[in-house]
Design a protein. Structure first.
Length: 454
């Protein structure tokens, strides 16, 4: 039986995989696994519940809160808030755990349930496995005065905004910023916090109706943001995704500034201020080689992890590092947050523009992005990608040709029968040629016999 928890909680089609019944059962199981510490001391466990504005979040949140309260957990309903806000509030309230209901950048019909431990930390695999194992067991069923209570967390958004403003080294007067909130969870708090910090704010994608989240807007659809930045003569633009745990940017000419460039800008700024722990940035193997080159020239070490912000977080916790993230725009400041925070990241970018007097375009020039091409080779035996001698020989030959001017990455998909072949090189012509050749080798060597490809 497939594992219910994926790389970021339990996610799927609302009322398909993710039913009200499953939501209630997951909450009851989590109450047993995550709510035992305070209960053992004779105190009522507490949990924070938040969601993004998609329509299905309403019934899923109701089911989660019913499951928790019926299991003896006091619930603080924070309403519609970003994922990083939920994580922050768990720690701020000293709650036992929390639940975020969101499918991030996915379309509106999808949804997800993500649990956070005490302190707003993501759950390790073994704790998720314990929750999943508890699903088949009898839940806790207190009666009378021992049942949990549900109350509105009335100042949740205000607490989060005050926290964000407290991270800024100075105000943002003089800046004109366009914010694209993806019709998502940041539609209320992101414009408010930028305006409170002194910036002139133009807002798009901030009219959620439950069905339009991520629909042609946000960090996965930058077209409208680029147009708005140029139209309004803004200094730059910030794009969030549906749950606002990521941030991409657009400079004053409408050029994209991706997560790698954002991390380069912020890493150099933290190093200059003496706040970059051990002069290390943590990022995944998918980050552009240009980031590594730029950091090396600045005396900063790039610590690489597997793909996924959970692996970045693990490496950051193990080493006590202060900054990490992904090319997709998940950026983690361990001094201020326990997960990627798109609003926080946007504020820190704005602080650099305001503090240096330089444009975002100029700041982003700290790194040169190498041309990158990725080909998804479908219908192959991905399990042999790391062991096939022919593939290994082709990769070695490509790496020898590229030398220090590029790199090769083969990555089996976690969910599909395909292998991703990625090549970076000094020019797109070379990247295209080598990537195409390698993809051909992978297709030939790892082909699944026709009689098995059913």
């Amino acid at each position: 039986m497939a594992r219910l928890f994926g790389t970021d909680g339990v996610r799927g089609l609302a009322n398909g995989l993710l039913t009200a019944e499953l939501a209630l059962q997951l909450a009851q199981a989590a109450a047993v696994v995550l709510g035992h510490e305070r209960a053992a001391d004779g105190k009522r466990p507490r949990a924070v519940v938040a969601r993004d504005p998609r329509a299905s979040g309403e019934f899923i949140a109701a089911a989660v809160e019913a499951g928790l309260s019926s299991s003896g957990i006091d619930v603080y309903d924070a309403g519609v808030l970003p994922t990083p806000a939920a994580a922050y509030l768990i720690a701020d309230l000293d709650a036992d755990f929390g639940v975020m209901i969101s499918a991030s950048h996915n379309p509106a019909p999808d949804n997800g349930i993500k649990f956070f431990a005490r302190g707003g930390q993501k759950l390790p695999d073994e704790v998720e496995d314990a929750i999943e194992a508890q699903l088949g067991k009898e839940p806790s069923r207190p009666v009378g005065g021992d049942v949990g209570r549900i109350q509105r967390f009335s100042d949740a958004e205000d607490r989060y905004i005050v926290h964000l403003l407290g991270t800024l080294p100075h105000r943002l007067e003089g800046l004109k910023v366009v914010l694209d909130c993806a019709h998502g969870a940041a539609s209320g708090c992101s414009p408010q916090v930028f305006a409170s910090a002194g910036a002139e704010v133009v807002v798009i994608g901030a009219e959620p109706d439950g069905l339009n989240i991520n629909d042609g807007v946000g960090s996965t659809h930058l077209g409208q943001l680029k147009e708005a930045v140029v139209k309004h003569g803004a200094d730059f633009g910030i794009a969030h995704d549906g749950d606002a745990d990521r941030c991409l940017a657009v400079d004053h000419e409408g050029n994209e500034v991706d997560g790698d460039q954002i991390m380069a800008i912020l890493a150099l700024a933290l190093k200059k201020s003496g706040k970059l722990k051990d002069d290390v940035l943590v990022a995944t193997v998918m980050s552009n080689l240009g980031l590594k080159i730029a950091l090396r020239e600045a005396g900063i070490t790039l610590r690489e992890t597997a793909v996924g912000d959970r692996y970045v977080l693990e490496a950051m916790r193990e080493g006590g590092f202060s900054l990490g993230g992904e090319q997709s725009g998940h950026v983690i400041f361990s001094d201020y947050a326990t997960t990627g925070d798109g609003v926080l990241t946007g504020l820190q970018i704005a602080a650099q523009v305001a503090g240096t007097g330089r444009t975002l375009q100029d700041l982003a020039r700290v790194m040169t992005k190498l041309p990158q091409l990725m080909i998804n080779v479908k219908g192959v035996d991905k399990s042999r990608a790391a062991t096939d001698e022919g593939v290994a020989a082709a990769v070695a030959a490509a790496e020898h040709e590229l030398g220090d001017t590029g790199r090769v990455l083969l990555r089996p998909s976690g969910t599909e029968a395909l292998v991703r072949v990625m090549v970076e090189a000094a020019d797109m012509e070379t990247a295209t040629r080598i990537c195409t050749e390698l993809a051909g080798v992978v297709e030939d060597r790892l082909a699944i016999p026709r009689e098995l490809a059913v």
